[in-house]
Design a protein around this ligand. Structure first.
Ligand SMILES: [Zn+2]
Length: 163
């Protein structure tokens, strides 16, 4: 386990499309663990592999709810419902926050760290985080989709957190 360096905007790796992971290997499990360490250290509520310079479809999240740590490989959003508009920040874009319109509830399927197919349903902050991380895998940043971007307030951690 190790803390990796978080790539910052405008590094071009953040704009590339990440590649599917063909199978779970010890290296992929180590990647997922390093991503979790890096996210907790930041601290953040989510992290996508391109944010540590790895163009593979892997994400980790922990929004502090009953799901705990979620590690997902090849995530795909299968269902979206409703709408929420709220503040969002990104570990790769320090100092900025934006109001972003997201689905209120989503389902995402993928593999867990053992390669089992899983489907997770998230609402509110978890739904927001899932959409933010999957965007990262497609080279999309929150500043592309925000209705408004502004300087991060100093007490932002209460609201949503960065991912
Ligand atoms: Zn981000």
């Amino acid at each position: 386990m190790a803390i990796r360096i978080i790539v910052k905007h405008p590094d071009p790796v953040l704009r590339d499309k990440a590649k599917p992971i063909p199978k779970i290997t010890p290296n992929i499990q180590k990647l997922l663990d390093d991503m979790a360490d890096t996210m907790y250290d930041a601290p953040g509520v989510g992290l996508a592999a391109p944010q540590i310079g790895i163009l593979k479809r892997a994400i980790v999240m922990d929004v502090g709810d009953e799901h705990g740590l979620i590690q997902l490989v090849n995530p795909e959003i299968t269902y979206r419902e409703g709408e929420q508009l709220g503040p969002e920040g990104c570990l790769s874009i320090p100092g900025l926050q934006g109001d972003v319109k997201r689905a209120q509830k989503v389902r995402v399927k993928g593999w867990d760290r053992e390669g089992n197919e899983v489907e997770i349903e998230g609402t509110d902050l978890l739904a927001r985080c899932i959409q933010h991380e999957v965007d990262h895998l497609n080279g999309v940043l929150f500043t592309d989709v925000a209705v408004k971007v502004y300087d991060e307030p100093r007490d932002d951690e209460e609201e949503g957190g960065r991912s």
